[in-house]
Design a protein around this ligand. Structure first.
Ligand code: SAM
Length: 323
């Protein structure tokens, strides 16, 4: 057989293999996809829009005050549907098993979005496969210490472009001693990451002995906001449980976020409609707004600013330096 025919045969075999390849899909993914199809059947909107509506419906179903109710008309006929609970139960079972055996688990919302190419490609949105996420987080966090005696996590992690929160949930589920920060430019992906953490509240919540101390970064105002949004339970016997409380999110450009700069905390949280970020965040060594930074030609750090980086940043409240 000549070289050309061998190549032809190889290509034919390759095409046959691709056609026969059906990726393994988890039970939670299949339930989620069928819920998504039902929503699309009801409203006829685009796959991406129906994915967003699905997120909002899950948020409402778990008692989250979202400040939006764009999906409210879709509940008719879907409110008694057993698939909502089946999804949560099957995902919880899967994560339980993964946690007990140190294994990766699936992240169905991102999988669903990618299955119909609903990502915003101009933002480089593609999601890391969960087994790879698991391998990477385990390499990074193999020596993650347990939480402090009062319940506050002893280590902080940052996912600056968190997408649907895959690295966050993997780290939070497998390591009790870590607190995760998520930053994401795309509002709906940030919402998805927050929802993922919320749905996995069994592993991602914060049980505090001394809530006043532990909730310091949230501040008093944020603490009551958390309670009014249904994200934390009232204190029980001195303990407080914050759903998904081992994480906090910023909807913004990770370039502009300095997590150790206290004013950033005022725009971080669990808001479904977060505060506009352009005017509130800070890049290390530049004390203006994002727009001022753009107008100034996106200045890189000057030599004198480098000393800033060596500064011992802590979460302590510090006054904002004058320009
Ligand atoms: C390649 S995806 C990775 C998502 C996730 N970390 C994962 O591995 O599955 C990159 C994500 O970063 C977001 N992104 C892109 N530029 C960003 C920026 N400047 N600041 C914050 N997020 C950004 C995109 O919207 C996208 O969700």
């Amino acid at each position: 057989m000549g070289r050309r025919s061998r190549l032809k045969r190889l290509r034919r075999e390759q095409r046959a293999l691709e056609r026969s390849y059906v990726p393994m899909q988890s039970e939670p993914f299949r339930i989620l996809r069928s819920l998504h199809a039902s929503i699309q059947g009801k409203c006829g909107e685009s796959s991406r829009r129906c994915w967003e509506l699905l997120l909002e419906m899950f948020a409402h179903a778990t008692g989250w005050q979202t400040d939006t109710s764009e999906s409210v008309h879709l509940w008719d006929g879907l409110d008694g549907d057993s698939r909502w609970v089946e999804f949560i139960e099957s995902w919880t079972d899967e994560v339980d098993y993964a946690k007990a055996n140190g294994l990766p688990f699936s992240e169905p919302f991102g999988e669903l979005l990618e299955s119909f190419q609903g990502t915003n490609e101009h933002l480089g949105q593609f999601f890391t496969p969960m087994p790879v996420v698991h391998a990477m987080t385990e390499m990074m966090l193999h020596d993650c210490p347990p939480p402090e005696p009062g319940g506050w996590p002893s280590m902080r992690g940052l996912d600056p472009c968190c997408g649907t929160g895959r690295f966050l949930i993997s780290a939070l589920v497998h390591h009790d001693g870590i607190f995760m920060h998520g930053v994401e430019l795309d509002l709906w992906l940030m919402r998805c990451a927050m929802l993922n953490v919320r749905l996995l509240a069994k592993w991602t919540s914060l049980r505090m002995r001394d809530p006043g101390e532990g909730l310091k970064p949230f501040g008093g105002r944020e603490r009551s906001k958390l309670q009014s949004q249904g994200l934390s339970t009232p204190e029980v016997g001195g303990d407080i449980l914050v759903m998904g409380g081992r994480s906090i999110f910023i909807n913004g450009d990770s370039l502009m976020v300095d997590l150790d700069y206290t004013p950033n905390w005022t725009v971080a949280g669990w808001a479904w409609k977060p505060y506009p970020w352009q005017d509130n965040l800070k890049i290390n060594g530049f004390y203006g707004s994002y727009n001022q930074w753009i107008d100034a030609g996106r200045p890189a750090l000057g030599a004198e600013d480098k000393s800033e980086l060596e500064y011992d940043y802590s979460m302590a409240d510090r006054p904002r330096p004058s320009p």
